[in-house]
Structures are given as structure tokens and as C-alpha cells.
Design a protein around this ligand. Sequence first.
Ligand code: KIV
Ligand code: ZN
Length: 566
Amino acid sequence: MKPESIQKYRPFPAVELPDRTWPDRTITQAPIWASVDLRDGNQALPVPMSVEEKLRLFDELVRIGFKEIEVGFPSAADTEFNFLRALVEQDRIPADVTIQVLVQAREQLIRRTFESLQGVKKAIVHLYNSTSPLQRRVTFGDASKEKIRDIAIEGAKLIKELVPTLPGTEITLQYSPESFSDTELDYAVEVCNAVSAVWEPDKDRKIILNLPATVEWSTPNVHADQIEWFCRHVDNREHSIISLHTHNDRGTGIAATELGLLAGADRVEGTLFGNGERTGNLDLVIVALNMNSHGIDTGLDFSDLSSTRQIYEEVTRLTVPERQPYAGELVFTAFSGSHQDAIKKGFDRRSKDVDEFGTDFPWGVPYLTIDPQDIGRSYEAIIRINSQSGKGGVAYILDREHGFDLPKTMHPQVGKFVYDRADKEGRELSNEEIGDIFSEQFVNIDSPLSLTSFELDHTTMSRGEVICHATVEIDGETVAGTGKGNGPINSFVHFLEEAGHKDFNVTDYRSQALRGGSDADSAAYVQIQHAPSGKLLWGCGIDPSIEMAGLKALICAWNLLRRDEA
Ligand code: KIV
Ligand code: ZN
């Protein structure tokens, strides 16, 4: 911003709490979770969900394990009312799930809300009114503190009066001083105490006091101070469930919730993937998986996060960003070479540790805070190749996707070629393209030298030596002859020597049965060193016969050397 713009803003006041205790605490258990997807989330959608879509999301929230689900604002619109009726009439609410309904502190709305609850077994009636000085001044036309407190009290009284009209419904009462995050703390406590005094909670019927960061105005430590201050000063703390409801205007809604839990809160409201007004509500997926990643069981099942995300995207018509923690498409993907190498080593080490110590062995793969498989992500997306990638990543893809177990010293040669290609094309290469590049550039290369015929004669030689009869074409010229050695490769090298084409030494040789390709195929890798320059080059050969694969690998390396010189 320009300085003249900044002048109109003010620092957010700190909370006077020198003996705050939350910074020394750690989160050791999960809070009570409440989903507000169908209310706060839905009201923020460009195209709100239809009843059918809400039912689909409701079922998914139940499957995930939410036991408290805010299903709407039944007095606000017919669709909201009808949705709740559909849930009741279709007997869709499991016995252990409590549905929550939101209502403003206004008589007609409260009465209509109670009508919507007919036949519900367990419900939370959630009353709110806005309390901050800004709201009192602007929205309610300079309303006094007393007036705003009295609106809450009147609403609370009417609700108390209506509770007996639903004898078959177990009702829990919840109050939110909306805009708590910028309400004077002593005044927020005053209003909550007044509501609590009306509802008279006890150990079997606790009041839920929900303290919304309706707008996130401050840093998360200030939010934590507000929560700790409130918990210390509110009446009847032991019969109150302190609930958090953060929004994300400064991008720190998750941190604010986590610190709010340290500060003493018992319950958390939020939505899947953080859908909600403006920058969204708290993302429950992230907070829950953050806890899982520290070994805390949350009671929520995000083990198939991609299907949860799919349902969410279909019903909300929103998309989860690619970098969204846990759920985003790219969040387990490494493009950089050094990260890829470390991840590959991490997985190799992990499988050894698991073999030795079992699956409880503490997770530890560089760059991955959790095992992607635990939330239903495959390892496929982890290593992807662009121009930033390294040799290890390319080798990893060739191994995992195409069954080539490249010798380690071959990785730089192949890796460089592949990521130079990615750089040239200015884009990411698919796993398939990487396999094609490898096959085209490093396997069975047979020009300028190609093998026309090759036969081994084991009979005439002694002490394991063989003699080969070979015919090759080199730059269109046919060369025939023999060579002897202790195996096919060695005898062929001598054949080339006799023919005047040996300016190299064989420095390494590996072979493998090819996985993934034809069962009958073998792959061989031969490294040669160019005598004049000292340059080392690998070639790969594939053939049903392991001997021929070796020979093809040698010829391939020879041809690559020629190409390199050209
Ligand atoms: O953000 C908010 O303050 C709310 C309240 C209605 C709880 O959604
Ligand atoms: Zn909200």
C-alpha cells in the first residue's frame, strides 16, 4: 500500500494477560468437532447447494465422523427449512449425530426455528447476535451495550420457553457473541454470562459458548489471549463448552484455532477445505490432519481425502487449490532434484525400518510430514519431472513406472538428458513421455553400428572361453569376423578390436529381469569408457535373452559414444 493509504489503519490492541499460560501448552487431544459446512459454508457459495446436494454432503460429513453438524438457518429461507425437514422425514440423522440450527435473536425467527425441529432427536439451538463496537455503531445505529446485551437475553429467554415444546428432542443450547474477535473482552463475558444466567447450565446440560473470529483482525497469539482471558473470567466455566469459530481474513485461521485450543477451548467449528465467507472458515481437514500428524486420534476419517474432495467440489462448485495443505493436487509432489533424491532415500529407508521394526516405526521421510497413503494418495504424484528435477527423480520414475532399475552411475546421464528436454519444452514431462525418451535415446540404439548376425561357438575353446562369429554394419559398410573372450560381450569387444573399432574399455555391466514389460525380457546396462577422452557412457539393451541384452547394451553404448563425438 501507499503510505497515504496506510494512515487510515490502526494497530490491533493487545490483551493484558502477562501470566498467560497457553504458550507453554501442547495439544494432546482432539476437540469436539462441529461442521458448519451446510450453513456458514453454504451461505458463502456463489451458487448455494440444492437440497439434494446438501443431503449428499451431510451423508459425507456423517461418514467422516462429525457428531455435531450445523444444518442451516431454517428460519432464513424455505430451502434451509425444507432441508432440515428432508433430513427428518428421510430418517437420515444417525442416533449419535446432533444437528445444529442457527438463529438470530429475533422472536419470529426463533419460533420458526423450533417448528423446523419437530421430530429431531438431538439438536443444538444456536443463538447469536453481534456484539462488537463496530457492529453496534455501524450496523445497529449506535446501539448501546445494554441494548445489545438485552437482545441476547430476550432471545435466550424465548428459547428457554420454547424448549419444553419439543419434549422428544434432547436440546443443547449455544450462544455466539458474533464478532467476538473485536468485541471488548469484558463486554463479551458480560453478555455471555447474561445468556448463561438465563439458560442455567449444569453438568448434564452444558452451554456452548461459541467465540467467533467472525472477521480475523489480529495475529493468532492475540486470539489465543482472548480465549484464555475469556475462559478465566466467564461464570460457570465448568458447565460451559468453549467453542472456536475462526475465519481466515489474515490467512491465519488455522493457527488461531490451534492456539485457541492451547488457550483452553473445547470445541471447534469449521468447514471442509475452509469453505466460507470471504477467505473462508477454518479448514477442519487441515486442523484434524495436523493433529493426526502429531499422533493424535481425532475421530475424523480423512483416509480417502480425494473422494471427500470430489464430493465437496461437486456440491459446492468450488475447487480445492493445488497448494492447499493435505488436499491439494501438488502438495506431495517434489519437482526439485535434491528433494526428489531425499524423498527416494526416505522411502527406501522407511521400507527397511518397517521390515525391521514394524509399521509403528516413527514416520520420517524428508519433505513429507505424513505418509500420503494414509489419506488415500498414491506415491505416483510424489516425484514429477520438469527442468528443476534431478537425476534421482528420473531414475525413480523409470524404476517405478517402467521397471528399469538403472545403475546409479547411469542416473546423471539419463537425468540430464530428460530434464534438458523438459527445459527446452518449458513444461513438465509425463511419466509416459519419460519412458519414451529413455527407450528412444538409451535403449537398443543401433546406428551407426548395427548387428547383422552373431553366433557363439563354445566348442572350440577351453577354460570357459568362447569364440563369436559376428557380422555388423558400420556406417553402411559390412564387417564380418571373429573374436574370442570369456563371454559374449568380451568376445564381441575383441571382434571390434580385430576390426579396428575398439577405442574403449568396458567398465561396468549390470542386468535385470524387466518388471512391467514383457515377462520374457531382460534389460542389461553396459558402461564403456572412451580411451582417448576418458569419457564414461552407459547403454541399455533389451532382449528376451540375457546374453543378447548385454550385447545390445554394449552396441548401444558404442553408438551413443559416436553420437556424443559427432
Ligand atoms: O462467523 C460468525 O460469527 C458466524 C456466527 C453466526 C457464529 O458464523
Ligand atoms: Zn462464521
